[in-house]
Design a protein around this ligand. Structure first.
Ligand SMILES: [Zn+2]
Length: 230
């Protein structure tokens, strides 16, 4: 009888500890947002290794100096979200490499992010276990890798190549850090900023964001034997 009472007490204790742990994960933004409904890309999967996909993404490391203001303020992180931005800079010269130069020469002061993508390459600015100042909230900065997509393809503003390369990079990072698709979020997620502008509908995630999610999902399945992580 006593043994049974002990068992019940232990069980209650277990549920109490578990629920208080869950309460600590507290900030509603840190919960996965509701996924925007999307139709998976039906195209035949073209299986490839992570290394092959990384070649397609064309990552150019241009790590900022550890003495830069942004990096001196950085903390160690273990990313559990991927935050997608768009530069909102349509100048033809506002390429990924140009953003890298601006970050390196301090033009963005303490603002920073991990990658800038254009139609030709993905420039990496920071180590992936370091926080950056891009999300507008502490929760976003301390839990996510920031990816900026360029808007400098001035002719007809055809951004498809940049978005597609960004989707590949995102899939690669999902795999590397075991981050599910529902934690691939627009900057909008952290505090309602209308970013990435070209992938939102009326300033919110909708049809275009669902399209982007579908492409990320497709490339993820290409490197994960067809198995999604949604
Ligand atoms: Zn943004």
């Amino acid at each position: 009888m006593l043994g049974r009472a002990k068992f019940v007490i232990l069980l209650c204790l277990f549920f109490f500890i578990q629920s208080s742990c869950q309460n600590q994960s507290l900030n509603p933004r840190l919960r996965s947002p509701k996924a925007v409904v999307f139709s998976p890309v039906k195209s035949k999967l073209i299986p490839r290794s992570m290394r092959q996909l990384a070649r397609e993404v064309n990552i150019k490391p241009q790590i900022m100096s550890s003495r830069s203001l942004a990096r001196r303020k950085a903390k160690r992180i273990k990313p559990t979200f991927l935050t997608i931005h768009s530069t909102a800079n349509r100048k033809p010269t506002a390429s990924a490499m140009q953003h890298s130069r601006a970050l390196k020469n301090g033009a963005f002061r303490d603002r920073s992010w991990h990658f800038t993508v254009d139609r030709y390459m993905s420039v990496q600015h920071l180590p992936l276990n370091e926080s950056a100042w891009h999300a507008g909230t502490r929760a976003g900065n301390m839990n996510s890798i920031g990816i900026e997509m360029c808007e400098n393809e001035s002719r007809g503003h055809n951004h498809f190549h940049t978005w597609n390369r960004s989707a590949k990079l995102t899939a690669l990072l999902m795999k590397r850090f075991n981050i599910p698709l529902r934690r691939v979020v627009p900057h909008y997620h952290w505090y309602g900023k209308s970013c990435p502008g070209p992938l939102l509908d009326g300033g919110r995630p909708g049809r275009k964001w669902a399209w982007f999610h579908a492409r990320v999902d497709y490339y993820y399945r290409c490197i994960n034997n067809g198995v999604p992580n949604r």
